[in-house]
Each structure stands twice: as structure tokens, then as C-alpha cells.
Design a binder for this molecule. Sequence first.
Ligand code: GRF
Length: 208
Amino acid sequence: MKNIVVLVSGGGTNLQALIDAQNRGDIKNGKISCVISSNPNAYALTRAKNHNIETEVIRRKDFEKFDDYDDALVKLLKSKSADVVVLAGFMTILGKKVISTFENKIINIHPSLIPSFCGEGFYGLRVHEAALEKGVKVTGATAHFVNEICDGGPIIIQQSVEVKNGDTPEILQKRVMEQAEWKILPKAVSLFCEDKIIVNNNKTEILE
Ligand code: GRF
């Protein structure tokens, strides 16, 4: 059984999707062992506690130097015996040490079809604003491994979502979450825990 550690900062609907998938038995060979928040007031922490999942808080601002924060996060993840780290709305940049220590073991969910609308500055509603601004007819979400390039790591799963007449960024964000993010993130985590993801040349092959 692999230990899944989920990093959060906010509302935690993607964390909830992971908890629901676990309760349905859809996360094979893995268990959410700890939820770590960058924000002590994140509602995601309440979701974890409601399901008796251990929680921790680590705040960037409690560390003067970024490298010290990076070291502390690695130490915390190791102390939880993390086999896979899931970024579910984690709003703090990860440092080089965390990324290299957990190479191809950190999974992020991004609310667009990468390589569209991704990279620096594309987070939250901004992603959907940009998609509507461009006038794309299809958007979606991407579950991918994290490397040193923002949103540039190997893609694990993508799910498309239709853009409809009259969409606002908020409406589109909700549809992308419901139809894509909450489905593919638990699926990607389960595939990882089942050792069904092979990474080669910054690409993945999924063993079905
Ligand atoms: C989601 O839109 C996700 O794609 C992005 O951050 C948001 C987190 O929302 N990475 P929630 O906290 O899971 O509700």
C-alpha cells in the first residue's frame, strides 16, 4: 500500500474527490496518509479531519530563506513516508530539493489542456479567463508529474471539456472541475499507486 500525501492551500474540492474515490475503493494500492496545508485556515484541513486523515501545516512565511522552507518540506514529506505527493490546489512554489527528491512522484492537477493556458501566472480563474479570451471551443484538465518547469512535467491523463455559449470564467471553472479535474486526479493517483505509469523522455506510457 503506497502512502499518498496531499498538499493543499484552499477549499480542497480535489482533495474531496480523492477522499471520495478512496471511500469507493477506486484508489487501488494507495491510502491518503496525510494532508499538508500551506494555509492554517484552509477548508481542505476540515475535509481531512472529517475523514480522520492526519493533517499538518507548513507556512512559507515561517522560513526566512526559501531553501530552508524547501528542506523543511522534504523533511516533513519523508517523515510521513510519502510514496506519492499530490498537489491539489497547493499555492506555494515547490523548491528544487522537493522536486528532485520526489522526481516523477509529485502529481499536479492543472485546469487546462497543457500546453495551452499553462505556465507562470496561469492559475485559478486566470486559466479560464484566458481560454474564454482566446475563444477555444474545448478546454479541460491535465494531471501531470511535476518537474522544474512550471506545468512542464510528463502528462499522465487529460480530459477535455466543452466551452459553451455564455460561459463565464466561474461557470467554466466549475464545469472543468466537475467533468475533468475530480475524475482524472484520483485516476492518475490510482495508476501511480498500481505502478502503471512508465516515464520516458518526459512522456508517460500508461499500462492498462
Ligand atoms: C483547482 O482548480 C486546480 O486545478 C488548481 O487549483 C484548484 C484547487 O481547487 N490546481 P480545490 O482547492 O481543489 O477546490
